[in-house]
Design a protein around this ligand. Structure first.
Ligand code: F6R
Length: 644
């Protein structure tokens, strides 16, 4: 069984559910797969069936991948396994792209030796009047199989387990439910728009789940960190159905560090026991103390430290005056208006080197607009300060374009050819074909290759327009169209050697002194995470190249999260004028304006999110008692193992 370090008594004072935290979700997934495999073998040796409750979604995919690997490489057999899936959308055709039947086949069942009649998934294709009887029979089948030996779970941001949304009771059985608005928004990208997400689902009940003899709930990524804290440290409530698990006698939450980040043991480790006061932890303690007591660094007193669980820190590194000065200086030194280094200046305490004065820079942008959204101000500065800035768009971004924009552009090109008498019959035919495809497209259907190409070209033209606006010559604009992305679906392929080779070739060609990359390390759905992996792998293959030692890698944060204060190693101020210029660069991405195809849960447009976030960073610095800027972009350095 997966082992959890026994919680210290102080930890246990906060945590009401046993928790195992892993560095990375990959290691955590392996541990879960091992527990499952162990149970299957144990049951087989006893001549028994192993009854598993399975989940879908992004969380368990690597667990299934690992089980498939164990089947293929280690001979793990599933002949003695009976499975019951948690849920299915309703209505749902099992053959459609979004069905959980299809999901389970793609990730697991098609690759292992489980007999088909031992697999059970709620049936989304039933008539409404058959559903109730089906649910009752589902429960009975679980009972008849001897009950669930092990149930694996993900958790929704609403705190749902299965699709038991807020309001579900602890005794609820398998039934038809109405999905929460947040759940439907989270599923919107799988369905190409929230309006196509079914409103209902069939789900095992909380009562059904609670009867499992063993439960493992997994969560990866910072997006889950708040609901994990609420579930593990908060009171039991129907408003957060996952909290019912506090009453289960044999449950473990398996988390990666990002999902666990809001637990007291990681957020304020000084409250749950002795800590090793590393420079990072001291900075974290001081900056969070400032936020808590609403004081700037230099006004913190011994008493503030003592009253907030930090007396140990004062004893070891104090008095507070010394700690304050030290952290104030550290934070002060992260601020620089010279993200490529300041020529001629003493750089002992600056985030970047002054030499070479003119650096070669590659800014990697996972989607065609992340460069300007996430670090537009720094991008503009780097160029204006004379560095040779290359921009590399890692993916085509082609799924995030509306069909009517495709029509508008295809029509424009056809008219253009006709108007200038370029012999436009082929473009007119293309327009007609594309129009027909789009008119006949069913919700959730994959675009034709032609439509995908046009969508990619639209995004490409917008990225070029933004680069032109910043002043970047076109021979420094690189469209990498990494193959892993080109599925036409929200679900992507894993990265392969061909993706890494593309990045490596560009790095070798430019031999940059600086690389900027999107550092969303743990976003499980994320294209960003995959794009970063490809960069890390490419960098690793180049570790023997002499120029690589001079290459510094800076991570920016994509979308709307910013680095926490304790992580920031370079903060680039943005003046009001620069912020306006950044906004205009973002505006060049017209297909993403007003209402993007995948807005997520945030109502704001991308330029608004970017500005709010950059202003918030500046305000945080200001609250620490540092200079007051209009806005700031923040970066953390990544040091590859061979440079460390
Ligand atoms: C899936 C299920 C859901 C998911 C939850 C998390 O069968 O019942 O409870 O586990 O919505 O989804 P992901 O893993 O996609 O974040």
């Amino acid at each position: 069984m997966l082992t959890t370090a026994p919680a210290s008594s102080a930890q246990a004072a906060y945590e009401r559910i046993p928790v195992a935290v892993y560095n990375k979700s990959t290691a955590a997934s392996r541990a879960v797969a091992e527990e499952i495999a162990h149970l299957i073998r144990e049951k087989r040796n006893q001549g028994k069936f192993c009854v598993l409750g399975l989940a879908t979604g992004s969380t368990p995919t690597r667990i299934y991948g690992e089980l498939v690997r164990m089947h293929k490489e280690e001979g793990l057999s599933f002949q003695n396994v009976i499975t019951f899936n948690l849920d299915e959308y309703y209505p749902m055709n099992p053959a459609s792209l979004q069905s959980y039947v299809r999901f389970m086949k793609e990730y697991l069942f098609d690759h292992i030796d489980i007999p088909a009649h031992q697999v059970h998934i709620p049936d989304g294709s039933l008539d409404r009047d058959q559903v109730q009887a089906f649910c009752k029979a589902y429960e009975e089948k679980i009972e008849a199989a001897g009950g669930l030996d092990l149930q694996i779970l993900g958790i929704g941001r609403t705190g749902h387990i299965g699709f038991n949304e807020p309001g579900s009771s602890i005794h609820s059985p398998t039934r038809l439910i109405t999905l929460d608005h947040i759940t439907r928004m989270d599923a919107a990208s799988d369905f190409f728009g929230e309006e196509h997400v079914p409103r209902r689902a069939i789900t095992m009940g909380v009562g059904t789940i609670m009867k499992a003899r063993r439960i493992l709930l997994m969560a990866w990524g910072e997006g889950k960190s708040n609901i994990i804290r609420r579930t593990v440290e908060g009171d039991i409530s129907e408003l957060v159905p996952a909290t019912f698990l506090q009453n289960h006698p044999n449950v473990t939450f398996v988390l990666d560090e990002a999902a666990a980040a809001q637990l007291t043991r990681l957020r304020e480790p000084w409250l749950v026991g002795d800590c090793e006061w590393t420079p990072f932890l001291i900075r974290k303690a001081v900056t969070s103390l400032c936020e808590k007591v609403k004081k700037p660094i230099l006004k913190l007193t011994d008493r503030d430290y003592n009253d907030n669980g930090l007396s140990d820190l004062v004893t070891l590194h104090g008095p507070s005056y010394d700690i304050n000065i030290r952290i104030f200086n550290e934070m002060q030194r992260t601020i620089t208006g010279w993200p490529g280094g300041k020529p001629g200046a003493d750089d002992t305490n600056r985030p970047e080197r002054r030499e070479p004065a003119r650096k070669r820079v590659i800014l990697f942008s996972p989607h065609p607009d992340d460069d300007v959204i996430s670090m537009g101000g720094t991008f503009i500065r780097l160029h204006e300060q004379g560095h040779e800035v290359h921009v590399a768009y890692q993916t085509s971004g082609n799924i995030a374009v509306f069909d009517d924009d495709v029509m508008a552009y295809a029509d424009f090109v056809a008219d253009y050819h006709q108007g200038f008498e370029f012999g436009g019959s082929q473009t007119r035919e293309l327009f007609d074909r594309v129009g027909e495809h789009i008119r006949n497209k069913k919700p959730g259907q994959v675009d034709s290759r032609e439509v995908q190409i046009i969508k990619g070209l639209i995004r490409r033209s917008e990225a070029k327009a933004a680069c032109r606006y910043v002043g970047i010559p076109m021979d420094r604009v690189h469209f990498l169209d990494m193959p892993f992305y080109e599925t036409g679906l929200v679900r992507k392929k894993p990265i392969g050697p061909e993706d890494v080779a593309i990045i490596r070739d560009l790095l070798e060609e430019v031999k940059p002194h600086q690389v900027f990359a999107a550092g969303d390390l743990s976003d499980p759905h994320g294209t960003h995470r995959v794009c970063l992996q490809a960069i890390y792998q490419a960098v690793d293959t180049l570790k023997d190249a002499p120029w690589m030692n001079d290459c510094w890698i800076w991570l920016y944060r994509g979308a709307w999260h910013e680095w926490e204060l304790e992580n920031i190693e370079m903060a680039v101020p943005i003046s009001p004028e620069e912020l306006l210029k950044k906004r205009r660069a973002i505006f060049k991405h017209q297909s993403q304006k007003d209402r993007p195809l995948f807005p997520g849960t945030d109502e704001r447009e991308f330029w608004q999110r970017a500005e709010d976030r950059n202003r918030a960073t500046a305000e945080s610095y200001n609250r620490l008692g540092l200079a007051e800027y209009e806005a700031m972009e923040a970066f953390k350095r990544y040091i590859p193992p061979f440079q460390a």
